[in-house]
Design a protein around this ligand. Structure first.
Ligand code: SF4
Length: 209
């Protein structure tokens, strides 16, 4: 598989990238690579780079309001190490990648999920939740998205959901910093545990939902 840096699979997103490059030549305007240690036990998965955030800075969840919320939460917590990526690595118009674009980008997320160090995944938003499940080859309807829910996965890892911390969701009160931090802390706790050591995954899922 090619490096995401060179990727031109999504024609619409490449056109958008090139238009933004012409308008803002000092911005990153390209696929935003995952960031964080390769052996991090916790993987945070967002939706896609925000136009003026990650697409500008070249760093996931850095440079806009939603990035500020995520980075502030992470800054208060030094452990465990966290790696951050997005369901789609390129900025989409209106922050909305199409299903076809998400499918094309899924192999890059699958590579991240294949790291044996990843014990827990925090899906920031419903799109990320679905993208993670599909990248793992799991049936989406078996894992209903809900803020704060934890889903025990067949491979012993845990998927935790958070509402997306977009400016709209924050301004409408759908999510607050403390709500995000609670979901993050749940994922952090699971990332420290090794599941399936005699425990019942279904019971664990019910306990944290
Ligand atoms: S969104 Fe993903 S698959 Fe599409 S062009 Fe960007 S890196 Fe490639």
């Amino acid at each position: 598989m090619e490096s995401p840096n060179e990727c031109r699979r999504c024609r619409r997103l490449v056109r958008y990238r090139e238009a933004n490059r012409a308008r803002h030549p000092d911005w990153h305007n390209g696929p935003v690579q995952p960031e964080g240690p390769l052996d991090a036990p916790l993987l945070v998965v967002g939706l896609a780079p925000g136009l003026k955030g990650a697409n500008r800075t070249g760093r996931p969840f850095v440079g806009d309001a939603s990035g500020d919320l995520v980075q502030a939460a992470l800054a208060k917590r030094s452990q465990p190490a966290v790696r951050i990526t997005n369901a789609a690595l390129c900025a989409p118009p209106q922050n909305a990648p199409t299903p076809a674009e998400l499918a094309k980008c899924r192999p890059f997320l699958a590579t991240e999920l294949a790291r044996p160090s990843v014990r827990a995944i925090l899906a920031v938003g419903g799109v990320a939740h679905v993208q993670v499940l599909r990248a793992l080859g799991l049936k989406v309807s078996d894992y209903v998205f809900a803020h704060g829910a934890g889903h025990a996965l067949p491979d012993g890892r845990m998927l935790v959901d958070s509402y997306h911390c977009s400016r709209l969701n924050v301004s409408t009160g759908r999510i607050t910093a403390s709500m995000f931090e609670a979901a993050l802390d749940s994922a952090r706790a699971f990332s420290r545990e090794v599941l399936h050591d005699g425990a019942d995954p279904a019971a664990e899922e019910a306990a944290c939902a």
